[in-house]
Design a protein around this ligand. Structure first.
Ligand code: NAD
Length: 430
C-alpha cells in the first residue's frame, strides 16, 4: 500500500518542461500555487488539461491530390462554465502550444469573471499556402471531427492567429447542418450578418489600448507625450496601433513576420493598413525606414506592445528593452526568463491574460446576444468592454499591492483562486 501511495505522490507534480509556451504557463501556475499554498493534488489538477482531442484532417487539394493535416482541441478546465478559446492555423502549432494557450484561456476567463473555462484549438497548417476553397474544406472536416466536444454549452471556438470571421462562419454552418438547425452560439467572432457582435472584430485591440493607456498613466506618463512600438500587425496589432494613435500616442514602429517599419515622427496607421491590404505586409511602406523585427523590441519608446506570437521577448533580448511599459497583446509573448529580467529592470509588464482579454469579453457578449437573439448597439458593447477591462485593471493593481506581487503573479493568483474555488465548491466526483 505504501508503495502505491509513494508512486502516486511521485506523480503529484506536473512534468517539468524546460522551454516553450507550456513550460512558461506551467511555471506561472507553479508560482501562483506557491503563493496560494495549495496542495500538490490541486496543483496537478489545475496543471492538467481536462480533455484533449487530436484529429487527422484529410484534405483534397484543388489539384486532386490528398494530404493529411493534424488538428487539436484542448479543453483545459471547465469548472466555471463551458470551455472557450480560439482556433489557430499556423505551421508551428503543436499539442504543447495548444495546451499552453488553453490554460491561459482558463485564467483569462476567470480573471475577467466571464463564466467560461479555457480551451484552444489549432491546425498545423500555413494558411497562406492554401486556397480559400481548401481552407473551407479543412475547417469543415476539422469541425466535423471535433463536433462531439464543441457546442454553445460545451466549448465555443473563436478566431486566433491565421483564422478569421469567415472561418467561424464555416464552423457555425458545419455544426448547424449536422444539428439540423442554426446554432449561432457555437462560435464567436462570426460575421455580424450571422449573429456576430458589433465591436467584436476590434475588441481585443480596443481592450489592449484601454489597458495600455491606464498603464501609461499609472507610470506617470502622459499619453500625448508617449511613443509606442507594436510587434505584429494582424487582427490585434493593427487596430491597437490605430486606436493608440487616435488616443494621442505616437506609434513610431510596427512589424510583421516579414519585417518592420519605423518613423520617429509617428506612422500614419490608416495609410499603413491600406498598404498592408494591398501588399500583404508592412514592409516597403513609404515615409518610413526599414527596421528588423528584433530592433523594434529594443527601440527607445515608452510603450511596447508585442502582438504577434508567443516567446518573442526572451532572455536574449529582454536586457535591451528600453520601453517603460510592456502590454502583452499576444498570448505568452514574454518567456519566464524575459519576465524576470524585465521585472528586475523596473519595466511594468501587463500580462496577456488581462491585456488581451477584450476579445473574450466581447465573445462572451456575442454568445449572450446569440443565445438571447437580442442585439446590442456598438456603443453599448464598447462601453461594457471598457468598464470590464478597467474594473479588472483596478482590481489587479489592488491585489498586486496588497500581496506584493508582480502584475502577472497577481493576475494568475486571482484567476487560479477563482478556478480552485469553483472546483472545491462543486466537489470532486465521485
Ligand atoms: P493574426 O494572424 O491576425 O496576426 C499575427 C501578426 O503577427 C501578423 O501580422 C504576422 O505577420 C505577425 N507575426 C507573426 N510572427 C511574427 C514575428 N516573429 N515578428 C513580428 N510579427 C510577427 O493574429 P492575431 O489574431 O492578431 O493574434 C496575435 C496574437 O494575439 C496571438 O498571440 C493571439 O493568440 C493573440 N490574441 C488574439 C486575439 C484575437 O481576438 N484575435 C485575442 C486574444 C489574443
Amino acid at each position: 500500500m505504501t508503495d502505491v501511495l509513494d508512486s502516486l505522490s511521485l506523480h503529484s507534480a506536473p512534468p517539468a518542461l524546460r522551454t516553450g509556451p507550456l513550460a512558461d504557463a506551467q511555471a506561472q501556475l507553479a508560482t501562483a500555487i506557491a503563493a496560494l499554498g495549495y496542495e500538490p493534488g490541486l496543483h496537478q489538477l489545475l496543471a492538467s488539461p481536462r480533455r484533449e482531442m487530436t484529429v487527422s484532417i484529410p484534405l483534397r487539394r484543388d489539384d486532386g491530390s490528398v494530404e493529411v493535416l493534424t488538428g487539436h482541441r484542448v479543453q483545459h478546465n471547465f469548472s466555471r462554465g463551458p470551455a472557450k478559446g480560439g482556433l489557430r492555423y499556423s505551421p508551428t502549432v503543436d499539442l504543447d502550444e495548444v495546451r499552453a494557450l488553453a490554460m491561459w484561456m482558463t485564467w483569462k476567463c476567470a480573471l475577467l469573471d466571464v463564466p467560461y473555462g479555457g480551451a484552444k484549438g489549432g491546425i498545423t497548417i500555413d494558411p497562406r499556402r492554401y486556397s480559400p476553397d481548401e481552407l473551407q474544406r479543412v475547417t469543415r472536416r476539422y469541425t466535423t471531427e471535433i463536433l462531439p466536444i464543441i457546442g454553445p454549452d460545451k466549448d465555443i471556438p473563436a478566431p486566433d492567429v491565421g483564422t478569421d470571421e469567415q472561418t467561424m462562419a464555416w464552423m457555425m454552418d458545419t455544426y448547424s447542418v449536422s444539428s439540423g438547425y442554426t446554432v449561432p452560439g457555437v462560435v464567436t467572432g462570426k460575421p455580424v450578418s450571422l449573429g456576430g457582435s458589433l465591436g467584436r472584430a476590434s475588441a481585443t485591440s480596443a481592450g489592449v489600448v484601454h489597458i495600455a493607456l491606464a498603464a501609461l498613466e499609472h507610470r506617470g506618463l502622459k499619453r500625448s507625450a508617449s511613443t509606442a512600438a507594436v510587434q505584429g500587425f494582424g487582427k490585434v496589432g493593427a487596430d491597437a496601433a490605430l486606436f493608440l494613435t487616435e488616443a494621442g500616442v505616437k506609434v513610431v514602429a510596427v512589424s510583421d513576420q516579414y519585417g518592420g517599419v519605423h518613423h520617429p515622427g509617428g506612422l500614419d496607421i490608416r495609410a499603413l493598413q491600406d498598404h498592408v491590404a494591398t501588399t500583404g505586409s508592412v514592409v516597403g511602406f513609404p515615409e518610413s525606414e526599414a527596421l528588423g523585427g528584433e530592433e523594434l523590441l529594443v527601440l527607445d519608446v515608452d510603450l511596447l506592445i508585442p502582438a504577434a506570437v508567443e516567446g518573442t521577448l526572451t532572455g536574449a533580448n529582454a536586457h535591451h528593452v528600453r520601453a517603460k511599459v510592456v502590454v502583452e497583446g499576444a498570448n505568452g509573448p514574454t518567456t519566464s526568463e524575459a519576465d524576470r529580467i524585465l521585472t528586475e529592470a523596473g519595466v511594468l509588464v501587463v500580462p496577456d491574460i488581462l491585456a488581451n482579454a477584450g476579445g473574450v469579453i466581447v465573445s462572451y457578449f456575442e454568445w449572450v446576444q446569440s443565445n438571447q437573439a437580442y442585439w446590442w448597439t456598438h456603443a453599448e458593447v464598447d462601453a461594457r468592454l471598457e468598464t470590464r477591462m478597467l474594473q479588472a485593471w483596478n482590481r489587479l493593481l489592488d491585489v498586486a499591492a496588497t500581496r506584493q506581487l508582480t502584475l502577472r503573479e497577481a493576475a494568475t493568483v486571482t484567476a487560479v483562486e477563482r478556478v480552485a474555488d469553483a472546483h472545491r465548491t462543486r466537489g470532486l466526483y465521485p
